[in-house]
Design a protein around this ligand. Structure first.
Ligand SMILES: Nc1ncnc2c1ncn2[C@@H]1O[C@H](COP(=O)(O)OP(=O)(O)OP(=O)(O)O)[C@@H](O)[C@H]1O
Ligand SMILES: [Mg+2]
Length: 371
């Protein structure tokens, strides 16, 4: 493996705060710390950028580069906040924007400093951004998700149960799943602490790209999404609420995360667990008809999600004319109303998408996705 990459990776894993990665940011020529951060970031990014290792024949090397780059960008985000706050070098200073009112949340294991104002009001409850005061590396930036009322506790607990099942065995898909770091109670309400994912959710991505995600990029997003679903299905888990807000995309290294497993069901045929959420635009007909969840239910929602990302209309399935017919046909097969006629097997469609990509765009090569 590339020795420079290994050295950088080790440093990033061992770093406690952004100061450990970027140093003092003192410049001899009187340049600003922001400029020094930018220059240092660019130098380190070159040493681990996934582009550089994309063609590597060693899958470990590709994984190490991906993880190093993810950590590096997360540390840069923390560095920017500290520079803006004027707390560079103060190791205990939380990396939340200054002026943001914060509160402390203590769990049995750790203490978190969290913004008092939620950054999003989800269906299940508010989500807060924060930092773990005893956290290291990227694990220190967290998102706390709290049930709105005690009645929503089972959804929060369900997500922890399902993530536990999916993470029970190490897998290549782990890097596409949320990382559950901790759990807590606030009064009678349950909460979870998740590692912050540095990525755009599908709704945000769509807002940033009014014409839709270019088909060439939508194709790898779909492939990744299908691989996560194929993995979950192999573990007996049906996500049950795939929609744009639950697909997060990190453009620099083409990583895709599938989040919000609150509505997921485990081995529905055996346990009798039913759908937990009806999503107006993205749920397949069987949800409203109170029929049992099947893996094909996720494929329907994934297909509709891709229609939205591509700039189409999820209600009608209509796509912009620029979307290649081969991709459009895969999406129509995924979104057939009848669960029996619809695509059944995520891995089979994954392979279809792979063949379509090769036919449309030639042999795999990394094409930068600018957002
Ligand atoms: N670990 C995370 N890191 C960064 N952002 C996250 C994370 N988890 C969730 N989010 C953001 O918060 C939004 C809502 O998260 P989630 O779906 O898990 O909660 P929810 O209560 O079900 O909300 P909603 O009703 O919006 O679906 C996501 O669309 C995403 O933008
Ligand atoms: Mg949600």
């Amino acid at each position: 493996m590339d020795p420079g990459l290994v050295q950088l990776y080790d440093a990033l894993v061992g770093a406690m705060g952004p100061e450990d990665v970027f140093g003092t940011l003192e410049t001899a020529d009187g340049g600003s710390r922001d400029e020094a951060l930018d220059a240092t970031f660019r130098r380190l990014a070159r040493a681990c950028h996934p582009d550089r290792f994309h063609g590597s024949s060693d899958p470990d090397e590709r994984d190490v580069a991906g993880e190093a780059f993810r950590r590096l960008t997360s540390f840069r985000g923390r560095a920017e906040v500290k520079l803006a706050n004027g707390t560079w070098g103060q190791r205990d200073a939380p990396d939340l924007p200054a002026g943001e009112e914060t509160m402390e949340v203590k769990t049995a294991r750790k203490t978190y400093r969290v913004a008092t104002r939620p950054f999003v009001e989800g269906d299940v409850g508010p989500l807060y951004r924060g930092t773990c005061l005893e956290g290291d590396g990227p694990d220190s930036r967290v998102v706390l998700k709290l049930a709105r009322e005690a009645e929503d506790n089972d959804l929060v607990r369900n997500e922890a149960r399902v993530l536990g099942r999916l993470k029970g065995t190490p897998s290549a898909q782990s890097k596409h799943l949320p990382v559950l770091l901790d759990q807590f109670k606030s009064g009678d309400r349950n909460g979870v602490v998740l590692r912050e994912i540095d990525a755009f959710d599908g709704t945000t991505l769509r807002e940033k790209l009014p014409a839709g995600v270019p088909a060439e990029h939508a194709a790898w997003i779909l492939a990744r999404l299908l691989s996560v679903l194929g993995f979950a299905h192999s573990k007996g888990v049906v996500h049950g609420n795939v929609e744009p807000a639950h697909v997060m995309v990190h453009p620099p290294d083409h990583n895709v995360f599938v989040i919000d497993w609150t509505a997921a069901v485990v081995e529905p045929a055996r346990t009798g667990e039913g759908f937990r959420t009806l999503n107006e635009l993205y749920s397949p007909p069987e949800v409203g008809e109170r029929k049992p969840p099947v893996p094909a239910s996720d494929l329907y929602s994934a297909g509709k999600t891709m229609v939205t990302l591509l700039g189409g209309d999820p209600a009608t399935g209509e796509l912009p004319a620029s979307v290649p017919g081969r991709l459009a046909r895969i999406l129509s097969f995924m979104t057939l109303p009848s669960p029996r006629q619809r695509a059944q097997d995520a891995w089979e469609i994954y392979r279809e998408v792979g063949l379509a990509r090769e036919e449309l765009y030639g042999p795999h090569s990394f094409v930068e996705f600018r957002v």
